[in-house]
Design a protein around this ligand. Structure first.
Ligand code: PMP
Length: 305
């Protein structure tokens, strides 16, 4: 269970947490066509709170909706403001934020001419997604037998509710084998991403991440690319195969929930020295300084609450 906050924003109103309910015939519940975001609000070193890359997340929400032909009945500015209002009303210094655009109840069946579009924003306190120990010392991952989406089966640039069935199958599969997270290959067999995070590999000081063809264009991924470039690391977006994971000196995952999580083992092969690598640690330290407002260079990424 997540830790309850006080209020949830639902269709323009702030309602009590326990009253934010929907009808069982809610269309998205049946067919999975809804779009969502996941972002974080961090408590800063000066005591203020900031939402990390708010604008980029709201733009991606609207992009996902456009791809899915869902017309959001609010402007981007209204959704951004609603996110800020929801954090404020809940008195949270730091939290996870979940905006969701969904099709409400009324019509059933796959073809609906006019969807009743509904919107909600929930916030709750959420610690390290893959555990505090994972964030510090690295996690154990396994390549899943489930393939990541084909680009012409689902639209991989969209963060659509139903896409996550694939992620959940992969996650359940590897968790039941005792691993922390699944790595998924694309339909051609190249490394794609984790179930809810992008992946980076480092060998001989060179950082690589798969291009955004088959993976979600992660906003943390983009932040890491910029931070790594600014630090003078050699970084590129390139396709690579599974065995390059095994030969990497360092591997890490990025995501708004996962933040920057090192991977210390993949498919029972130790990655590098089996602990957080020095480049990963350097980028991770900078990332946490940035989100806590301690690195003014990236101040434009922060929206103070
Ligand atoms: N890939 C997938 C499938 C995801 O669900 C996420 C989380 N949104 C990411 C990558 C990372 O994206 P971001 O850094 O924008 O959270």
């Amino acid at each position: 269970m997540v830790e309850k906050a006080k209020k949830i924003w639902l269709d323009g109103e702030l309602v009590n947490w326990d009253d934010a309910n929907v009808h069982v015939l809610t269309h998205t519940l049946h067919y999975g066509l809804g779009v969502f975001e996941g972002l974080r609000c961090y408590e800063c070193v000066d005591g203020r709170s900031e939402v990390f890359r708010l604008e980029e997340h709201v733009v991606r929400l609207f992009d996902s909706a456009k791809i899915s032909q869902l017309k959001i009945p609010y402007t981007q500015a209204e959704i951004s403001q609603a996110i800020i209002d929801t954090i404020k009303v809940n008195d949270l210094r730091s939290c996870y934020i979940r905006p969701l655009i969904f099709v409400g109840d009324g019509p059933m069946g796959l073809y609906v001419e006019e969807y009743p579009i509904r919107a909600t924003i929930a916030v709750w306190p959420w610690g390290a997604y893959l555990g505090e120990d994972g964030l510090k010392n690295g996690i154990r991952a396994k390549v899943s037998s489930y393939t990541r989406h084909h680009i012409n089966i689902t639209m991989t640039k969209a963060k659509v509710c139903g896409h996550y069935v694939n992620s959940m199958l992969a996650k359940k599969e590897v968790k039941s084998c005792g691993y922390d997270e699944a790595i998924m290959l694309d339909p051609s067999g190249y490394v794609a991403e984790a179930t809810g995070a992008n992946i980076f590999v480092i060998r001989n000081g060179v950082i690589n991440t798969p291009p955004v063809t088959t993976v979600l264009a992660g906003i943390t991924r983009d932040s890491v690319i910029q931070i790594a470039k600014d630090k003078g690391y050699s970084i590129s977006e390139k396709t690579f195969a599974r065995d390059e994971l095994y030969l990497a000196d360092e591997v890490f995952l990025t995501g708004s929930a996962a933040e920057i999580t090192p991977v210390r083992e993949i498919d029972d092969r130790m990655i590098g020295e089996g602990k957080t690598g020095s480049i990963t640690k350097d980028i991770q330290d900078t990332f946490f300084n940035v989100v806590k407002g301690a690195d003014k260079k990236y101040e434009s990424w922060l929206t103070y609450v």
